[in-house]
Write a protein that binds this ligand. Structure first.
Ligand SMILES: C[S@@+](CC[C@H](N)C(=O)[O-])C[C@H]1O[C@@H](n2cnc3c(N)ncnc32)[C@H](O)[C@@H]1O
Length: 280
């Protein structure tokens, strides 16, 4: 079965509304987006692409940093996510393109873009195709800035390693689903990370985009934030044959076993690449 947060899971109004409400209430996506926007160096930018922009949390961070006359294009394959974005984020500098990241070069003129920013999504795409498309649209000297969840990149910030918080909400969900619903977890596969730093560096080099910087960051949150995140249908667990209502009952039971303000830490690998040439 495809993971729930594969591309199609996003084109759903309930997920889109819940996701956008989460980004307004909790800091995670806003904070990671602002970090990427800082790395993109946008103060002189005239055209910026928010790749896999969803409902606009990243576009919001980009708009805080670009000049008044700049244009920001938010591209995402999920029309439902963009419907929420169009309604809640009205800025004359922002336009929405409903398309897959892989087809970026069909929507933007070659060598025209000052920066491409992609928050919390690149591992859901066909990365080699996307990197080639980004390389085509970036102007010489233009930056490509994105992040990869620590699990997908195989990196952990030292703070994540040193913070002991007891069982994760995910682990408790699986325990309760197993004991109360006869759930059989899929056999544990110890697969290697999908996008480790060396692979990313190689793919980017192949696309003509040398890496300028990599950084491992720690995003601090709480069990309460994690619970809200796991309530978004596209992220709700466990996978398999459960209704959303059942998943929410399991989540409530799992959450009751935790302390709401227990700190949790999520690691991210931040990657900054740059198309060679252009003004220094
Ligand atoms: C976690 S959301 C991130 C949205 C936004 N960047 C933010 O930080 O709030 C992931 C987004 O990636 C989009 N997405 C996933 N695969 C995609 C693809 N191949 N092309 C375009 N969008 C994609 C989904 O539709 C979803 O809106």
């Amino acid at each position: 079965m495809a993971p729930q947060d594969a591309v199609l899971g996003w084109d759903d109004d309930t997920t889109a509304e819940a996701y956008a409400a989460f980004t307004r209430t909790f800091p995670m996506y806003g904070a990671t987006s602002r970090d990427l926007a800082r790395w993109a160096e946008l103060s002189d930018a005239s055209l910026v692409v928010d790749l896999c922009g969803g409902a606009g949390a990243t576009a919001r961070a980009i708009l805080e940093r670009v000049p008044h006359e700049a244009t920001v294009l938010s591209l995402d394959s999920a029309a439902a996510m963009q419907r929420v974005g169009r309604r809640t984020l009205t800025d004359p500098r922002l336009s929405w393109i409903t398309a897959t990241a892989e087809t970026l070069a069909a929507h933007v003129p070659p060598a025209s873009v000052d920066a491409v920013v992609c928050n919390s999504a690149i591992w859901k795409t066909d990365t080699t195709t996307v990197f080639a498309a980004v390389s085509q649209v970036l102007r010489p000297g233009g930056r490509f800035v994105f992040n990869v969840g620590g699990g997908f990149a195989g990196v952990r910030h030292p703070d994540e390693q040193s913070t002991r918080t007891g069982p994760s909400l995910n682990a408790l969900i699986h325990e309760i689903a197993t004991s109360d619903y006869g759930y059989t977890p899929p056999p544990a596969v110890t697969s290697s990370p999908k996008l480790p730093p060396e692979t990313i560096t190689q793919y980017l080099a192949d696309a003509g985009l040398p890496v300028l910087a990599m950084d491992v960051t720690a995003q601090r949150s709480t069990m309460a934030e994690k619970k809200a995140w796991l309530s978004i249908p596209v992220f709700a667990r466990p996978e398999g044959n459960f209704t959303h209502a059942q998943r929410m009952r399991i989540l409530d039971a799992a959450y009751a076993l935790t302390t709401p303000d227990t700190p949790t830490i999520t690691s991210w690998l931040v990657v900054v690449a740059q198309r060679p040439g252009g003004p220094q």
